[in-house]
Design a binder for this molecule. Sequence first.
Ligand code: GSH
Length: 229
Amino acid sequence: MLQLVIANRNYSSWSLRAWLYLAESGIEFEEIRIPLFTDQWREEIARYSPVGRVPVLIDDGFSIWDSTAIIEYAREQFPGAVDWPEDHKQRAHARSISAEMHSGFLALRDELPQNLRARCPLDTQSLGEECRQQIQRVDQIWSECRNENRSSGKWLFGTFSIADVMFAPVALRFVTYEIAVSPEAGEFMDAVCGLQSVQQWIAAAREEKESISFIDQRIPACETDLTLG
Ligand SMILES: N[C@@H](CCC(=O)N[C@@H](CS)C(=O)NCC(=O)O)C(=O)O
Protein backbone atom coordinates (compact mmCIF):
# COMPACT_ATOMS: atom_id res chain seq x y z
CA MET A 1 0.00 0.00 0.00
CA LEU A 2 1.10 3.58 -0.62
CA GLN A 3 2.54 5.42 2.36
CA LEU A 4 2.39 9.16 2.85
CA VAL A 5 4.89 10.83 5.12
CA ILE A 6 3.36 13.90 6.73
CA ALA A 7 4.27 16.19 9.61
CA ASN A 8 2.07 17.73 12.32
CA ARG A 9 -1.41 18.22 10.98
CA ASN A 10 -1.72 21.48 12.86
CA TYR A 11 1.25 23.16 11.24
CA SER A 12 2.11 21.49 7.96
CA SER A 13 0.21 22.92 5.00
CA TRP A 14 2.19 20.97 2.38
CA SER A 15 1.37 17.73 4.20
CA LEU A 16 -2.29 18.73 4.11
CA ARG A 17 -2.22 19.29 0.34
CA ALA A 18 -0.85 15.82 -0.44
CA TRP A 19 -3.11 14.16 2.13
CA LEU A 20 -6.21 16.01 0.91
CA TYR A 21 -5.46 15.04 -2.66
CA LEU A 22 -5.19 11.34 -1.84
CA ALA A 23 -8.17 11.42 0.52
CA GLU A 24 -10.47 13.23 -1.94
CA SER A 25 -9.32 10.91 -4.74
CA GLY A 26 -10.35 7.89 -2.69
CA ILE A 27 -6.82 6.47 -2.85
CA GLU A 28 -5.87 4.15 0.01
CA PHE A 29 -2.68 4.93 1.88
CA GLU A 30 -0.99 4.56 5.24
CA GLU A 31 0.35 7.55 7.09
CA ILE A 32 3.79 7.96 8.54
CA ARG A 33 3.68 11.01 10.78
CA ILE A 34 6.90 12.72 11.79
CA PRO A 35 6.45 15.80 14.00
CA LEU A 36 8.41 18.80 12.73
CA PHE A 37 11.54 20.19 14.33
CA THR A 38 11.95 17.72 17.18
CA ASP A 39 15.46 16.49 18.06
CA GLN A 40 14.82 13.46 15.82
CA TRP A 41 13.17 15.33 12.93
CA ARG A 42 16.15 15.65 10.58
CA GLU A 43 17.28 12.08 11.10
CA GLU A 44 13.78 10.63 10.68
CA ILE A 45 12.79 12.60 7.59
CA ALA A 46 16.18 11.86 5.96
CA ARG A 47 15.11 8.18 5.85
CA TYR A 48 12.42 9.10 3.35
CA SER A 49 13.36 12.35 1.62
CA PRO A 50 16.62 13.55 0.09
CA VAL A 51 15.49 17.14 0.67
CA GLY A 52 14.47 16.61 4.30
CA ARG A 53 10.91 17.86 3.89
CA VAL A 54 7.36 16.57 3.98
CA PRO A 55 5.25 15.41 2.25
CA VAL A 56 6.79 12.27 0.75
CA LEU A 57 4.81 9.54 -1.00
CA ILE A 58 6.30 6.06 -0.90
CA ASP A 59 5.19 3.51 -3.45
CA ASP A 60 6.73 0.13 -2.72
CA GLY A 61 9.99 1.66 -1.48
CA PHE A 62 10.09 4.33 -4.21
CA SER A 63 9.97 7.90 -2.84
CA ILE A 64 8.26 10.86 -4.50
CA TRP A 65 8.72 14.20 -2.75
CA ASP A 66 7.20 17.65 -3.14
CA SER A 67 3.43 18.07 -3.08
CA THR A 68 3.11 18.78 -6.81
CA ALA A 69 5.13 15.71 -7.84
CA ILE A 70 3.07 13.58 -5.44
CA ILE A 71 -0.21 14.88 -6.84
CA GLU A 72 0.91 14.32 -10.45
CA TYR A 73 2.19 10.82 -9.66
CA ALA A 74 -1.08 9.79 -8.01
CA ARG A 75 -3.13 11.46 -10.76
CA GLU A 76 -1.33 9.38 -13.39
CA GLN A 77 -1.48 6.14 -11.43
CA PHE A 78 -5.12 6.26 -10.37
CA PRO A 79 -7.74 6.85 -13.06
CA GLY A 80 -10.63 8.81 -11.59
CA ALA A 81 -8.42 10.66 -9.10
CA VAL A 82 -9.03 14.38 -8.59
CA ASP A 83 -7.83 16.11 -11.76
CA TRP A 84 -7.35 19.48 -13.41
CA PRO A 85 -10.48 21.00 -15.02
CA GLU A 86 -11.44 19.41 -18.33
CA ASP A 87 -11.59 22.48 -20.56
CA HIS A 88 -8.07 23.26 -21.85
CA LYS A 89 -8.21 26.96 -21.02
CA GLN A 90 -9.58 26.27 -17.55
CA ARG A 91 -6.88 23.64 -17.14
CA ALA A 92 -4.22 26.18 -18.05
CA HIS A 93 -5.76 28.71 -15.68
CA ALA A 94 -5.92 26.17 -12.85
CA ARG A 95 -2.30 25.21 -13.45
CA SER A 96 -1.24 28.87 -13.54
CA ILE A 97 -2.80 29.75 -10.20
CA SER A 98 -1.61 26.50 -8.63
CA ALA A 99 1.96 27.16 -9.79
CA GLU A 100 1.61 30.73 -8.51
CA MET A 101 0.64 29.27 -5.13
CA HIS A 102 3.37 26.68 -5.09
CA SER A 103 6.16 29.09 -5.95
CA GLY A 104 4.88 32.30 -4.37
CA PHE A 105 3.00 34.03 -1.58
CA LEU A 106 6.09 33.88 0.58
CA ALA A 107 5.19 36.85 2.77
CA LEU A 108 1.73 35.42 3.39
CA ARG A 109 3.18 32.02 4.23
CA ASP A 110 5.66 33.64 6.59
CA GLU A 111 3.32 36.04 8.36
CA LEU A 112 0.25 33.82 8.48
CA PRO A 113 1.65 30.36 9.22
CA GLN A 114 -0.72 27.40 9.28
CA ASN A 115 -1.92 26.90 12.84
CA LEU A 116 -5.25 25.16 12.61
CA ARG A 117 -6.12 24.97 16.28
CA ALA A 118 -5.38 28.65 16.92
CA ARG A 119 -7.83 31.54 16.59
CA CYS A 120 -5.83 34.70 16.31
CA PRO A 121 -7.77 37.59 14.75
CA LEU A 122 -5.33 39.98 13.09
CA ASP A 123 -5.72 43.53 11.96
CA THR A 124 -4.41 43.38 8.39
CA GLN A 125 -2.85 46.81 8.97
CA SER A 126 -0.43 45.08 11.34
CA LEU A 127 0.86 42.94 8.45
CA GLY A 128 3.64 43.90 6.08
CA GLU A 129 2.80 45.61 2.78
CA GLU A 130 3.82 42.58 0.73
CA CYS A 131 1.67 40.24 2.81
CA ARG A 132 -1.33 42.57 2.44
CA GLN A 133 -0.84 42.63 -1.34
CA GLN A 134 -0.64 38.85 -1.42
CA ILE A 135 -3.89 38.55 0.55
CA GLN A 136 -5.52 40.80 -2.06
CA ARG A 137 -4.09 38.69 -4.87
CA VAL A 138 -5.50 35.50 -3.30
CA ASP A 139 -8.87 37.20 -2.95
CA GLN A 140 -8.71 38.21 -6.60
CA ILE A 141 -7.84 34.66 -7.73
CA TRP A 142 -10.67 33.11 -5.75
CA SER A 143 -13.29 35.69 -6.64
CA GLU A 144 -12.46 35.64 -10.38
CA CYS A 145 -12.73 31.85 -10.39
CA ARG A 146 -15.98 31.90 -8.47
CA ASN A 147 -17.51 34.54 -10.72
CA GLU A 148 -16.56 32.56 -13.83
CA ASN A 149 -17.57 29.12 -12.58
CA ARG A 150 -20.40 29.58 -10.08
CA SER A 151 -22.94 27.97 -12.38
CA SER A 152 -21.03 24.67 -12.44
CA GLY A 153 -20.42 24.19 -8.71
CA LYS A 154 -18.97 25.52 -5.46
CA TRP A 155 -15.26 25.05 -6.21
CA LEU A 156 -12.81 27.35 -7.98
CA PHE A 157 -13.54 25.72 -11.34
CA GLY A 158 -17.00 24.43 -10.44
CA THR A 159 -16.14 20.82 -9.63
CA PHE A 160 -13.37 19.93 -7.16
CA SER A 161 -9.94 20.07 -8.83
CA ILE A 162 -6.24 20.15 -8.00
CA ALA A 163 -6.45 23.96 -7.79
CA ASP A 164 -8.79 23.60 -4.78
CA VAL A 165 -6.29 21.26 -3.13
CA MET A 166 -3.52 23.80 -3.62
CA PHE A 167 -5.53 26.68 -2.14
CA ALA A 168 -7.40 24.85 0.65
CA PRO A 169 -4.67 25.45 3.28
CA VAL A 170 -4.63 29.16 2.39
CA ALA A 171 -8.35 29.33 3.14
CA LEU A 172 -7.68 27.72 6.53
CA ARG A 173 -4.99 30.31 7.33
CA PHE A 174 -7.53 33.04 6.61
CA VAL A 175 -9.89 31.33 9.06
CA THR A 176 -7.20 31.15 11.77
CA TYR A 177 -6.31 34.84 11.47
CA GLU A 178 -9.84 35.98 10.57
CA ILE A 179 -8.69 37.66 7.39
CA ALA A 180 -11.60 39.51 5.77
CA VAL A 181 -12.24 38.60 2.13
CA SER A 182 -14.80 39.46 -0.53
CA PRO A 183 -18.10 37.50 -0.50
CA GLU A 184 -16.98 35.62 -3.66
CA ALA A 185 -13.70 34.55 -2.06
CA GLY A 186 -15.69 33.70 1.08
CA GLU A 187 -17.64 31.15 -0.98
CA PHE A 188 -14.43 29.22 -1.58
CA MET A 189 -13.49 29.41 2.11
CA ASP A 190 -16.92 28.07 3.06
CA ALA A 191 -16.56 25.20 0.59
CA VAL A 192 -13.15 24.27 2.04
CA CYS A 193 -14.39 24.44 5.64
CA GLY A 194 -17.40 22.30 4.74
CA LEU A 195 -15.33 19.48 3.29
CA GLN A 196 -15.53 16.39 5.47
CA SER A 197 -11.91 15.40 4.86
CA VAL A 198 -10.76 18.87 5.93
CA GLN A 199 -12.87 18.65 9.09
CA GLN A 200 -11.35 15.26 9.80
CA TRP A 201 -7.82 16.65 9.36
CA ILE A 202 -8.58 19.63 11.65
CA ALA A 203 -10.11 17.39 14.33
CA ALA A 204 -6.95 15.26 14.31
CA ALA A 205 -4.80 18.43 14.42
CA ARG A 206 -6.60 19.48 17.61
CA GLU A 207 -5.61 16.17 19.21
CA GLU A 208 -1.92 16.67 18.54
CA LYS A 209 0.21 17.33 21.58
CA GLU A 210 3.27 19.01 20.09
CA SER A 211 3.57 22.76 19.88
CA ILE A 212 6.08 24.77 17.89
CA SER A 213 6.65 28.03 19.68
CA PHE A 214 8.01 30.08 16.78
CA ILE A 215 4.81 29.37 14.84
CA ASP A 216 2.51 29.91 17.81
CA GLN A 217 4.25 33.26 18.36
CA ARG A 218 4.23 34.08 14.63
CA ILE A 219 8.00 34.54 14.51
CA PRO A 220 8.64 34.53 10.74
CA ALA A 221 10.13 31.26 9.52
CA CYS A 222 12.61 33.33 7.49
CA GLU A 223 14.22 34.28 10.81
CA THR A 224 14.83 30.58 11.46
CA ASP A 225 16.55 27.99 9.25
CA LEU A 226 13.27 26.18 8.67
CA THR A 227 10.76 26.02 5.86
CA LEU A 228 7.07 25.92 6.53
CA GLY A 229 5.13 27.05 3.54
N1 GSH B 1 7.77 22.64 -2.10
C1 GSH B 1 7.55 21.62 -1.08
C2 GSH B 1 7.55 22.29 0.29
C3 GSH B 1 7.66 21.28 1.42
C4 GSH B 1 7.95 21.95 2.76
O1 GSH B 1 8.56 23.04 2.81
N2 GSH B 1 7.51 21.29 3.85
C5 GSH B 1 7.79 21.79 5.21
C6 GSH B 1 6.65 21.45 6.16
S1 GSH B 1 5.10 22.17 5.66
C7 GSH B 1 9.01 21.06 5.77
O2 GSH B 1 9.12 19.86 5.62
N3 GSH B 1 9.93 21.80 6.44
C8 GSH B 1 11.04 21.18 7.08
C9 GSH B 1 12.30 22.00 7.20
O3 GSH B 1 12.37 23.12 6.70
O4 GSH B 1 13.25 21.47 7.81
C10 GSH B 1 6.24 20.87 -1.38
O5 GSH B 1 5.44 21.36 -2.19
O6 GSH B 1 6.03 19.76 -0.87
